[in-house]
Write a protein that binds this ligand. Sequence first.
Ligand code: PEP
Ligand code: MG
Length: 567
Amino acid sequence: MPDSEPGTPEVLQGAGVSPGVGAGPVRVVAGAVPEPPAGSRHGGDAAAERDTALAALEAVAADLEERGGRAAAAGNTAGRDVLNAQAMMARDPGLADGVRAKTGEGVAAARAVFEAFGVYREMLAGAGEYLAARVADLDDIRDRAVARLLGLPVPGVPESDEPFVLVARDLAPADTAVLDPAQVVAFVTQEGGPTSHTAILARTMGVPAVVALPGATSLADGTRVLVDGSAGTVRPEPTDAEVAAALAAAAARASALEESTGPGVTKDGHKVPLLANIGGPKDVEAALAHGAEGVGLYRTEFLFLDRSAPPSDEEQEEAYRKVLEAFPGGRVVVRTLDAGADKPLGFLPAPGEEPNPALGERGLRMMRRHPDVLAAQLAALARAAAGLTARLQVMAPMVTDAAEAAWFAAACREAGIGHPGVMIEVPAAALRAGDLAPEVEFFSIGTNDLAQYACAADRQVGGLARFQDPWQPALLDLVAPAAVAGVPCGVCGEAAGDPALACVLVGLGVTSLSMSAPSLPLVRAALARHTLDECRRAAAAARAARTPEQAREAARGHLPALAELGI
Ligand SMILES: C=C(OP(=O)(O)O)C(=O)O
Ligand SMILES: [Mg+2]
């Protein structure tokens, strides 16, 4: 969210894809090279024009080879191979023939190079996925040659005599293969996502990175910025004190996280299983990589989105089995289909007009109207779990009272699934958790919806975002009765991924925490540094506060070791 203090440049928000903090002057990778105008002609000396064009191609090839040599010297032999392959493309005899023919017809050098590349480009683009991916490499060579011929800055990493923050629209292999990690303190790109070339390279190099930052390339060359690759923020013109504090906090956090392994446990040995929230089998790898002890929330609706009919029984079974197999002996909590409101499904339309979909037939309410869809899902889950050692637990979303909890538990039993549970995300269910507890074997609190309903503030309305703050004392008051209602009670809303709030939740009596995988190490480290008693005192102090800000502050007062983690 932009920081709008008067006089302070706005903090820019993108996606953090490689953790850590870096500060330095911006160096912007030269922008796109324009296409030389169609129909541009040379003055008549075809031979001179041809030689100029071919010399530009040779210069590009030599430059790429030289960069390849530097990459290899820095231990990056894969980078050298990419660059040498590009150099060979620049020296391709067929390409030179194309340039000769075009300049012979009167086409100006830059345009002749552009058109000669065009022929190859089409051939590659039509030649299957792998070769199509090489089109970007080919375009990069073409742009380097055209830039030379037009007297424009050659695209690629600029030279700098001090460490810098590299800013680009996106980064090409030729840009990144020669990067010296000691020179580049952070990457920032306008495009890209967590799996983009930039993100992968940044993580491999251990350099902080923020991608998908709107307006990144408008940052002026030389502007000093502070980049936080965990938070995904870029702060222009930071003060020296801000930079020093951010670097110290990042260093403290990095060393603490390195030691953060194993099951979740407080300093005095109180176990708090740390689980991952996942949307399907594709998220399992990250969950395991961050040490998840199991899955605390499998949002199965991702399998059902964007389709005109439910997935087949076999498709469901296969997806569920893949997840269960990944956690032998571990717990896997699967949430049955949470359709409606913010998760509308094409084949399960709301009955009639719903003026307030969040208050309408969603979650379990929708399943009571379509029991066949629920029965098929439960049956697929039972088949998927058969013969595996993972402990399958199934829970229903958007449960309001004991009657709904009992209805769901009966549906589970009928499908041969033991240990049914319910989510606590409706205030009525939280306040009367004691009524629901005898019907099921566990609770999982969905703080995202619980906050939405506690504050009567639609979670999808940006202007009401402050009501989604999970530090609301009212939200904590709703968590408290559910946490001590007599059945194990986890939290799987976003609140669980906030390390300070995680301690508070444990202090309230919550027995497990589930969150998006990258949040696990910091939560694990925060718990390991505090006793259950400190967590309880932090919880009491937070509930005694009158605002979310005061609750946060009050809790911190009882969680002294958060500072060691730079929190
Ligand atoms: C975990 C929750 O579920 P979702 O965000 O999928 O509604 C919640 O509401 O807190
Ligand atoms: Mg929810």
